[in-house]
Design a protein around this ligand. Structure first.
Ligand code: 2RA
Length: 345
């Protein structure tokens, strides 16, 4: 069976990666439709090696007959269009923050909580978690199953592609400008991003944390276990693609670094690269374009009881967004609830 698939936000960083990932993984697509806001109508996007799709207007598109929507258009747009697509019978897999904490919307990382997909029919919407949450929970899941996590303290090093194409251009322009002595252009970041780091991603909340940090807290609880305490500091770094995280975990029982390494080696979606020599770890430049969550620098933390620290890196546009969405689609179409809903339609 093949499916009619619409990509919403098809001209953005994640939308283009979704098209690429669908083609690479040979997801059974009978018909692909590229949708975006009115200003992108008529632009062309590639789908696989041979197909070019002309972008159509999201505002007027009729979703009748579409089976699946993969979307990454911005939270406000998603709030408006997703229920419209769902009413027309499509299942929306949405990458924005709008639906993630809705109790009637599953928030899914297929390696971690695939069974949450059973609830997709409540709204016909499934949420894709935030990029920084996805890579962390993929690495935490096998460790939590083995030794039950009490608390996580994480610091992120997030690439500019998480903020979109214009943000990538700003890093490029500022870097070049510094070398050739051009005036500094600063539109998309609150401070200079070239040759700098910025401890601020998304809006500030009343308690002094940022929304990106809040997302890591509440999404980890929803996906993995509500009893896990998470404290996050999210930082933007002058890297184009690939988010890195320094993760410190406190468990209920002791888990040695060797045990953790063995568990992670067996875990789906994880690649362990952990050699205690120069270069024996993975950096964002090496993770870009790859599907895995890479775990390095595993070591016990003797400053707390049952403490463990590690470094993890992943391509934020792939596992952090497009790949996770396509994996959700793959898992969904294999589920009996989905097949039953399709038959009844
Ligand atoms: C970022 N978390 O990196 C966002 C993207 N979802 O800014």
């Amino acid at each position: 069976m093949a499916y009619r698939v619409a990509i919403v936000g098809a001209t953005g960083n994640v939308g283009r990666e979704m098209l690429q990932t669908l083609a690479e993984r040979k997801f059974p697509v009978s018909d692909a439709v590229a949708l975006a806001s009115a200003r992108s109508i008529g632009r062309e996007v590639s789908f696989g090696e041979d197909d070019i799709l002309k972008v159509q207007d999201l505002a007027t598109f009729d979703f009748k007959g579409i089976d699946l929507v993969l979307s990454s258009p911005g939270a406000k747009i998603s709030a408006e269009f997703a229920p419209r697509a769902a009413r027309a019978g499509a299942v929306v897999i949405d990458n924005t923050s709008h639906w993630r904490m809705d109790p009637d919307v599953p928030l899914v990382v297929p390696e971690v909580n695939p069974n949450a997909l059973a609830g997709f029919g409540k709204k016909n919407i499934i949420a894709n978690p935030n990029c920084s949450t996805i890579q962390m929970v993929v690495a935490l899941k096998p460790l939590h199953d083995a030794a039950k996590i009490k608390r996580v303290v994480v610091s992120t090093y997030q690439s500019v592609s998480g903020k979109g194409k214009e943000a990538m251009d700003e890093l490029f322009t500022q870097t070049r400008g510094i070398y050739v002595n051009d005036a500094m252009v600063q539109e998309h970041f609150t401070k200079q991003i070239a040759f700098n780091v910025i401890p601020h991603i998304d809006n500030f909340m009343d308690d002094g944390s940022t929304k990106e940090e809040w997302k890591m807290v509440v999404e980890t609880k929803k996906i993995l276990d509500p009893s896990i305490k998470v404290h996050a500091t999210c930082v933007r770094v002058p890297v184009f693609i690939g988010h890195a995280e320094s993760v410190n975990v406190e468990f209920e029982r002791q888990l040695t670094a060797d045990e953790a390494r063995e568990l992670l080696r067996e875990a789906p979606g994880v690649s362990v690269v952990d050699h205690r020599v120069d270069g024996g770890y993975v950096t964002p430049a090496e993770a870009a374009g790859e599907d895995s969550v890479f775990v390095s620098r595993l070591r016990e933390d003797p400053t707390i009881e049952n403490g463990l620290a590690f470094w993890c890196v992943s391509d934020n546009l792939r596992k952090g967004a497009a790949l996770n969405a396509v994996q959700i689609a793959e898992a969904l179409v294999g589920r009996p609830e989905f097949k039953k809903a399709k038959k009844a339609a």
